[in-house]
Design a binder for this molecule. Structure first.
Ligand SMILES: Nc1ncnc2c1ncn2[C@@H]1O[C@H](COP(=O)(O)OP(=O)(O)O)[C@@H](O)[C@H]1O
Ligand SMILES: [Mg+2]
Length: 581
């Protein structure tokens, strides 16, 4: 009697708690969508500051709502809050509550976030968390049509015009006729140089517009001779009106636009699964986790990354081993041979000259999360309480983790437990790249390294440690930065000229004989500090000599202090329709 009454009480409690989590999830989703939807009017009204604030608000949204939901659940469950059986029932109830939603995947991740905040589970507990990937071939993805199809027209220009006219904005086009003409010519040139004279069969354009920074992107794919290639129209809205700025047709263009080094898009995704499938068709090399992340669904991206990792470990016998390159003073970095991800664990102690703390390092990663990543900063996912088989670690790596990261890593006979790590895309460290690649490739890399510093300066970021080993080269050959512990806002730095020595003793003194403040930076010292070969030094000077003068950095600071928002183009200047060399 008592038993069955108890059972009823427990199941009611489970269903009420599941509803509380579902309600929280609904609030999160609707807020997320409301902010994402607002990107359109921000773009139309050229409200770049508003767009920037929205980007931050959306990044902060999840943690804010989760904190509230966890509090409600704790209150509701009282002493039963860590009762696993109750949570198993809640999981079943929750699953039923979200089953009919198109965003149920994101719902599962939301539930997991609540569970993990309450349990601090080591590894994953399938009884109370959603683990298995429901993505692959999901029947629920079928029928989520997120695009419309344009049949081939009399000319490429006519096709572009038909598309542009369908995406109407409240702001008028600035010079639609000439946009259409230039785009048509560009597409024809592209067709002639790739795949001979096969005509375009059709173009599918995603319904929702993708917004980021000052740009709007109409994202599509072109069908030609049975093959799919990207078809992306990049729009800007200068004071004169909306214009088509670039037509991006190469696979490399698409991966640049959707790069893991850029801030997340604002895009209305009522059918997330359908949208993911659509994007995957034009970004075949990109892992699903990264596609979720570029849509702003970084927490679900994290769930997917974890699934990819488990799948990979299941399918292969490869082991974690140290990442190539110079060892870090702050991080122990390891990787798997055929998965392009590195894992970074913070050391217990840092050798001089580093005098930071674990908490400070984490703050820097959190700063980057909210910063415009400008196509130059790797997106890092933070994981807690991971567990792996001990046999999957190369012995010398495990030895290093246990001896120098004891606060974050422990092991028993069977398992390794990692309390905290960052996971991010693996790239080729730039110091290795310039050593191992041809002269021409190394020169190009050093020139893009300078451009990387400029792009970061344009978005108010100073990397702090400029050594080549802290930069990497992506598949597309772009230079990006990954070592965040000394990164800071440009406006917090003090760029100075080197004072003139007043005497010979001062001149030859190894130590600075003048006062150096904590935030003082001497651009004149950059080049000697980098230790480049003569050839690479010349390449750098040819393109970026002004970076060695404080004036360059001070001007960039003024731009930020005036509150100006600089747009970083996710394509090269030559790709712009009206490019003049
Ligand atoms: N994303 C990455 N891809 C490839 N190698 C990396 C990556 N991040 C770090 N590494 C390697 O690990 C080393 C240490 O990482 P880093 O982030 O620079 O930490 P630290 O602050 O300890 O120097 C780097 O010098 C590089 O060789
Ligand atoms: Mg480093």
């Amino acid at each position: 009697m008592t038993n069955s009454a108890d059972t009823v009480a427990v199941s009611t409690l489970a269903s009420r708690a599941a509803s509380v989590i579902r309600d929280g999830f609904e609030v999160y989703e609707s807020e997320f969508n409301r902010i994402s939807r607002r990107a359109r009017s921000r773009f139309e009204q050229r409200d770049w500051k508003g767009a920037h604030q929205d980007a931050l608000a959306r990044l902060d949204l999840r943690a804010r709502i989760l904190a509230r939901v966890v509090e409600w659940v704790r209150q509701l469950l009282g002493n039963s809050v860590s009762d696993r059986d109750l949570w198993s029932m809640m999981k079943v109830e929750f699953s039923a509550l979200i089953a009919q939603r198109t965003d149920w995947q994101s719902g599962e991740t939301f539930f997991n976030s609540v569970t993990r905040r309450i349990f601090a589970t080591v590894g994953v507990d399938p009884g109370i968390e959603f683990v298995a990937s429901n993505y692959a071939g999901s029947p629920r993805a079928a029928g989520q049509r997120v695009y419309r199809t344009y049949k081939s027209q009399a000319s490429s220009a006519a096709l572009v015009e038909a598309i542009l006219r369908d995406f109407s904005f409240s702001t008028p086009w600035c010079h639609l006729a000439s946009d259409v003409k230039l785009a048509g010519e560009l597409i024809d040139r592209h067709l002639a140089t790739s795949g001979g004279d096969a005509p375009i069969d059709a173009v599918d354009m995603a319904w929702p517009v993708f917004y980021r920074g000052k740009g709007a992107y109409l994202v599509g794919r072109m069908w030609r001779g049975g093959a799919i290639t990207p078809f992306i129209l990049a729009l800007l809205n200068p004071p004169e009106g909306i214009e088509l700025d670039a037509v991006l047709l190469e696979p490399g263009d698409a991966s640049n636009v959707f790069s893991f080094t850029r801030s997340y898009f604002h895009v209305e995704t009522k059918q997330p699964l359908g949208m993911i499938e659509f994007l995957k068709s034009i970004l075949p090399q990109k892992r699903i986790s990264e596609i979720y992340t570029v849509l702003g669904r970084h927490k679900h991206g994290k769930t997917e990354l974890y699934r990819e990792l488990l799948q990979y470990l299941d399918d292969s016998r490869e082991c974690f081993g140290p990442a190539r390159g110079d060892k870090g003073l702050v991080m122990v970095v390891f990787t798997l041979p055929s998965l392009d991800v590195v894992f970074k664990v913070i050391r217990d102690e840092f050798a001089p000259p580093k005098n930071t703390t674990q908490a400070e390092v984490k703050k820097k990663y959190a700063l980057v999360f909210r910063q415009d990543r400008a196509g130059r900063l790797v997106d890092a996912q933070e994981f807690e309480h991971l567990a792996f088989d001990r046999s999957r670690f190369a012995p010398e790596l495990l030895e290093e983790l246990l001896s120098t990261c004891a606060q974050n890593v422990s092991a028993n006979a069977g398992q390794v437990h990692i309390r905290h790590l960052y996971a991010e895309r693996r790239v080729v460290p730039l110091n290795l790249f310039v050593r191992e690649m041809s002269e021409g490739a190394a020169r190009a890399a050093i020139i893009d390294y300078g451009q990387c510093l400029r792009d970061l300066a344009a978005t108010n970021t100073f990397p702090g440690d400029l050594l080549l080993k802290n930069f990497g080269v992506t598949r597309a050959g772009r230079i990006i930065f990954y070592d965040y512990d000394e990164l800071c806002l440009l406006t917090d730095c003090n760029f100075r000229d080197m004072p003139q020595a007043r005497s010979d003793e001062e001149e030859i003194s190894g130590e600075p004989w003048f006062y150096v403040g904590e935030h003082d930076i001497f651009p004149e010292e950059f080049l000697p500090f980098l230790g480049l070969s003569e050839l690479l030094k010349d390449a750098f000077l040819g393109a970026h000599a002004e970076l060695l003068k404080p004036a360059f950095w001070q001007r960039a600071q003024e731009v930020h202090r005036a509150g100006e928002i600089v747009h970083i183009f996710p394509y090269r200047p030559e790709k712009r329709l009206r490019y003049r060399p």
